[in-house]
Design a protein around this ligand. Structure first.
Ligand code: SF4
Length: 385
């Protein structure tokens, strides 16, 4: 079966108008940006080598990021092309250029439907540990989006800096009906320097992050460990495709998205860009590159996961964070070392499975609205029992 993918995440430039202290894309490093600038993919290359070929891979959505995507002069043209090709559009931004006029222009270019995603790691002073973006400015942009009827999303980077404030931050977002996803702080770019001290560990995950993640449906799009019953997933979705949960995507998103750097290097996850490369689209168009890539073949084969992930009941519905495996052990097929579950074998159930199932059935409504879940034609409605 040919693998299919849900989304592209494209860091289309490393240039940025901010200098975040823990920037993981190299945008706060002058030499990285200068080197990238000479090799940045041009509009025509993105059109012919990425967006057109992605149609053959089942991609539904394109997320534009950076650096700061909006510093590209052709940003609105790229959004127009994305919408014309029938993809959902998402713009990941630091918010600095997002005034009312720019938001209107983005919405118009994207054909009237776009999601603006902003980084907000904490609603209190912990935000500045990793971000230069002004916290009040971020909240202002979120309000402006609401006023202009633009979908909003927040990316929360998890590390020791926001373990204590995480629940307050998430509740703030939930009160405003803003969806979110968690992204782990990793040793990429300037994140390398502080990774050993700043990365969360399994205790932080168990005590601070996971209790919040598993009880807030707005963030069910992706987190690990994800204790979803494989039987429930099968009933809800019709099963895995190529060993990966696509309908909807859950747990680790490796196998659901394709990620690119500004220079056209392709990888399996945004935080693994610069660490793992499947090749460059200037060598082969995206579809050919991905379908012939040993990296994609191996990392999406969850039967080859090692350690606890390889003997776990949730091997396929969770998969363990491949980025955490890589950054902590250097082996992207290793167990997720930040997971606090200790399965003896596939019979071991997490005490959180039932709760995860209940929230997951609610999440299906969110995922259907977002275009990432299609209800099966026949069969009983899934329940969390
Ligand atoms: S052991 Fe691995 S697959 Fe199982 S719940 Fe933990 S991270 Fe997920």
């Amino acid at each position: 079966m040919q693998p299919k993918f849900s989304a592209i995440y494209f860091e289309a430039t490393r240039r940025c108008n901010l200098r975040c202290p823990m920037c993981m894309t190299g945008s706060n490093q002058r030499e990285v940006v200068a080197h990238s600038r000479k090799r940045e993919l041009a509009f025509e290359e993105i059109r012919d080598l990425v967006l057109h070929p992605a149609k053959n891979l089942g991609v539904k959505a394109v997320g534009w990021s950076g650096g700061e995507f909006l510093v590209r002069k052709d940003a609105l043209d790229l959004l127009r092309l994305t919408a014309d090709l029938g993809y959902q559009c998402k713009v990941c931004s630091n918010g600095e250029l997002l005034d009312r006029d720019m938001l209107r222009a983005i919405k118009e270019a994207a054909g009237g439907k776009v999601t603006i995603a902003l980084g907000l790691n904490s609603i209190d002073e912990h935000n500045s540990a990793t971000r230069d973006a002004d916290f009040d400015r971020t909240l202002e942009v979120l309000e402006l989006c609401h006023e202009l009827d633009i979908d909003r999303h927040v990316i929360v980077t998890l590390g020791k800096h926001n373990a204590e404030s995480f629940e307050r931050t998430i509740d703030y977002l939930i009160e405003r009906r803003i969806s979110f996803n968690r992204s782990p702080l990793v040793a990429r770019g300037s994140g390398k320097a502080g990774f050993a001290e700043a990365a969360f560990d399994r205790n932080d995950l168990e005590q601070s992050f996971h209790p919040v993640l598993r009880t807030r449906v707005n963030g069910y799009v992706s987190y690990t460990p994800f204790f979803l019953s494989p039987e429930l997933y099968e009933r809800a979705s019709g099963g895995l495709e190529g060993g990966i949960p696509h309908n909807p995507p859950i747990g680790c998103w490796v196998g659901n998205w394709i990620t690119l750097t500004a220079e056209g290097d392709v990888s399996v996850c945004p935080v693994l860009l610069d660490a793992l490369s499947a090749g460059n689209v200037r060598e082969k168009p995206l579809d050919e590159l991905v379908l012939s890539s040993p990296l994609f073949q191996e990392i999406t084969d969850r039967s080859r996961l090692k350690g606890r992930c390889g003997r776990c009941r949730y091997q396929y519905t969770c998969g363990g964070c491949r980025a955490m495996a890589w950054y902590h052990s250097g082996d992207y097929m290793a167990e997720d070392p930040t997971c606090f579950f200790e399965p003896a074998d596939r019979e071991t159930r997490s005490e959180h499975e039932e709760e995860t199932g209940r929230w997951f059935t609610k999440y299906l409504i969110v995922a259907r609205h977002a275009g990432f879940f299609e209800r099966r034609k026949r069969g009983p409605e899934p329940t969390g029992d």
